[in-house]
Design a protein around this ligand. Structure first.
Ligand code: MGP
Length: 199
């Protein structure tokens, strides 16, 4: 029997009550766009790399998030080298985008387990106090490991940055080292460690 919430003269059926015929949606604070790239060449040119980025879908409600999540290939089903990028609408998942240019990323890299399914749910746990600082998240699968990264807007504010790192680590509940790397360093070849924080 579906749970129906009655309010004034309107009748609302939630997704929990009836996953097919629900008529009310819960807005998210932001619209989010999901992008995909299948990886490949070791050091692609910026042009080749961005041409491989595919914009998949944009959503702005809880129900539409679940619709997407339940219908896309799970991360452990993607070919090695592939990445999902979930970014606030309007921010491209690349260093060059103005929102990312002065930012960086918190990264954790996990060896693949035998059933390799834990990675599929990690992005459900990534909510933050400094919400404005968050640009997006990248989930990556490689031959021997999976990786999740949270991209932030500004890398100069050490305190805020570390707070995000701690929250990210707490949310995932993984007892490993999480590292922060500035995009300006990631985009250079050779040694880097300018804005590198660790939690
Ligand atoms: P990656 O996938 O972030 O690194 O970037 P990874 O996983 O260490 O390397 P992989 O070879 O195992 O995939 C891989 C390469 O993609 C980089 O060296 C760049 O050539 C290119 N690339 C990645 N990003 C996020 C960007 C970007 O934002 N802009 C541009 N121009 N190139 C990028």
């Amino acid at each position: 029997m579906p749970t129906v919430v009655e309010q004034d003269d309107a009748t609302y059926t939630t997704v929990l009550a009836d996953p097919v015929h629900f008529n009310v949606k819960h807005p998210l604070y932001h619209s989010w766009t999901l992008w995909y790239d299948q990886g490949g060449k070791k050091t692609p040119s910026a042009q080749t790399w961005s041409q491989n980025l595919k914009e998949l879908v944009t959503f702005d409600t809880v129900e539409d998030f679940w619709g997407v999540y339940n219908n896309i290939a799970k991360i452990n089903e993607l070919q090695s080298g592939a990445n999902y990028h979930l970014f606030k609408k309007g921010i491209k998942p690349m260093w060059e985008d103005a929102a990312n240019a002065k930012g960086g990323k918190w990264v954790v890299q996990m060896p693949k387990t035998r059933n390799n399914t834990e990675i599929n749910d990690y992005w459900l746990y990534t909510t933050f106090e400094y919400e404005d600082e968050i640009c997006g998240a990248v989930m990556s699968t490689r031959r021997a490991f999976n990786r999740i990264a949270i991209w932030t807007r500004t890398c100069g504010k050490r305190e805020v940055c570390e707070r995000i790192g701690y929250q990210f680590k707490e949310a995932l509940g993984i007892n490993m080292q999480f590292e922060f790397q500035a995009h300006s360093d990631a985009s250079k070849s050779g040694p880097y460690n300018k804005d590198k924080y660790v939690v």
